[in-house]
Design a protein around this ligand. Structure first.
Ligand SMILES: [Zn+2]
Length: 303
């Protein structure tokens, strides 16, 4: 009992330490992003992070947020760390701090008539002036239209939107990492093993295949499910008229060789496979080792 509790505490400590490491890497890429943005703004008078799409979507800030969040992603993958709620809080706090850091760097280096702005006003006065005098330049297809328009106290709302934009990238990275299959016993992200794809135009073909595949999976006959999918779900080469796609993805834990299977069905809309038909898909850990390559040579379906 005592040793079990000690192990649990050790692993909790390990997890907290990893949280710190990952948070440190995330903070580092956030600071680098802030420095680059401030340097570009000071040198070229161009601030990417203020770029708005349809006046309300802080596209520039979202992009910068993704760049800043890259450290969290790399850190989590590198240390095989599954992010915790504490890390999410840390990410949001750092993203607010990044926003202020960019403005502080501007404040620190901007000069007016050869005199440093920081010698004339305080940082909070600078922020207040900057936000009260935010000017919006309307652009159509990257061409400026008319004069820039000052938006007065709406500038605060504008700044809040940008702050939100900074956070979006990080929150997206957090939920992406959370959604990745993970081996809890080895504390490792699973590695890709194989993928099997079939295309068909007939929803009837697909429905029948899905029924059989789900049947196999519910009986834990994973290799059979792969064989059924290979033989009955359609063609393995894509043609334009084949608008339904099904995929079996296999990942495995490199330490304990635990396998994981995910079955997804998607429909082609415009030029993209974006609509995952969730109610037809499923995912599961498998007891035995499975692979998609062996079914290619299989000529008969297992009974
Ligand atoms: Zn494992």
């Amino acid at each position: 009992m005592a040793s079990g509790a000690a192990t649990a505490i050790r692993s909790d400590l390990g997890s907290v330490a990893q949280d710190f490491l990952v948070a440190g890497l995330g903070a580092t890429t956030s600071i680098i992003t802030a420095v680059i943005l401030a340097a570009v703004e000071l040198r070229f008078d161009f601030s990417l992070y203020t770029w708005m799409f349809w006046f309300v979507i802080p596209a520039g800030a979202i992009l910068c947020g993704f760049a800043a969040a890259s450290g969290y992603y790399l850190g989590a993958r590198l240390f095989n760390h599954r992010p915790t709620g504490i890390l999410l809080l840390n990410m949001v706090a750092i993203s607010v701090a990044t926003f202020f850091l960019i403005h502080y760097l501007d404040y620190f280096f901007i000069e007016i008539d050869g005199k440093a702005v920081r010698e004339l006003i305080t940082f909070s006065q600078y922020l207040d002036i900057e936000m009260s005098y935010t000017a919006v330049q309307f652009n159509i297809r990257a061409h400026p239209i008319g004069e820039a328009v000052e938006i007065g106290s709406w500038g605060y709302l504008y700044a809040a939107l940008q702050m939100l934009g900074f956070a979006v990238g990080r929150v997206a990275v957090y939920f992406h990492l959370k959604s990745l299959p993970y081996c809890d016993s080895c504390s490792k992200y699973l590695a890709k093993k194989g993928i099997q794809t079939r295309y068909t135009a007939s929803s009837e073909t697909l429905t029948n295949a899905v029924k059989d595949i789900i049947q196999c999976l519910s009986e834990s006959r994973f290799q059979d499910a792969i064989a059924v999918h290979a033989k009955t779900a359609g063609s393995d080469t894509y043609q334009k008229e084949l608008v339904l796609r099904s995929q079996i993805q296999i990942k495995r834990c490199k330490s304990c060789n635990q396998h994981w299977l995910k079955f997804t069905v998607s429909k082609r809309a415009r030029d993209d496979w974006k609509d995952n038909i969730d109610e037809l898909g499923c995912q599961s850990f498998c007891a035995e080792a499975i692979n998609v390559e062996s079914v290619v040579t299989q000529t008969t379906l297992p009974s």
